[in-house]
Design a protein around this ligand. Structure first.
Ligand SMILES: Nc1ncnc2c1ncn2[C@@H]1O[C@H](COP(=O)(O)OP(=O)(O)OP(=O)(O)O)[C@@H](O)[C@H]1O
Length: 229
């Protein structure tokens, strides 16, 4: 279920303080299914806090967040973690793969945690690894692959459960520009083909250029930027 204007995830009047620091101060956000929205802004402006609130990781002090018509801010912790496991996918800057597992085991992990058998989970994992062009790395461990390859494995893992929202916090932050472009191309293609909404936090204009729309956060306040294509 989406809101009347077709948005899947909508936030209004979000406020979140850490002690005397107002990380969010009347922030707003919305994203449609299949839409890639970049959250831009200087360091410390509140981008990650906004992403963490939208993903149900951090509870705002006030304001509303609705996902598919359901209010997130009043859900119990277990309801929010069920939502994260079932409906959301996550890609971070680095350090997200389990070093002891092979790449295919890493990609299969979210399915295994949801109770899928090993064979079926690894079959689905491999299909996503093929799409992200890292299936040849299936038996390698994260320490044996490059940064760009590792990020593509991480994207495959984020998408393997068929999330309706993909949260990506500086997904190319640790990559050189060529690898970063490739990860963004594959990430946005994969998300658009599954009609997943993407919330992409980045401070880099060339990464935000992969989005459909940009939101700029400054001092905890957000505003929509008309895309200058
Ligand atoms: N857990 C926390 N405890 C205390 N202060 C926090 C915490 N998380 C964020 N902050 C503060 O809130 C403000 C916003 O931080 P946030 O991480 O959201 O910014 P950001 O725009 O993502 O920054 P960056 O681009 O540097 O990652 C900053 O002043 C930060 O120091």
């Amino acid at each position: 279920m989406t809101s009347p204007d077709g948005s899947l995830l909508v936030a209004r009047e979000l406020r979140k303080s850490y002690g005397p620091t107002a990380a969010l101060d009347d922030a707003a956000f919305s994203v449609h299914p299949g839409e890639v929205v970049a959250v831009m802004g200087p360091s410390g402006s509140g981008k990650s806090t906004l992403l963490h609130c939208l993903a149900g990781i951090v509870r705002p002090d006030s304001g509303s967040i609705t996902y598919a018509g359901r209010e997130l801010t009043t859900m119990s912790d277990s309801e929010r973690s069920a939502l994260r496991r079932g409906e959301f996918g996550f890609v971070f800057q680095f350090g997200q793969l389990v070093p002891e597992l092979t790449c295919v085991e890493n990609v299969a992990l979210p399915l295994r945690l949801n109770g899928t058998g090993r064979k079926e989970a690894e079959r689905a994992a491999l299909a996503w690894m093929e799409r992200l062009e890292v299936d040849d790395l299936r038996r390698k461990r994260p320490g044996q692959v490059s940064g760009g390859q590792g990020q593509r494995v991480a994207v495959a893992r984020a998408l393997v459960t068929g999330p309706r929202v993909l949260f990506a916090d500086e997904p190319t932050g640790a990559l050189d520009s060529l690898n970063g472009e490739r990860v963004m191309e594959l990430l946005t293609d994969a998300a658009r083909s599954t009609n997943a909404a993407v919330v992409l936090v980045t401070h880099e204009a060339r990464v935000a250029a992969w989005s459909d729309r940009e939101i700029v956060v400054r001092d905890g306040r957000s505003r929509d930027m008309e895309r200058i294509a």
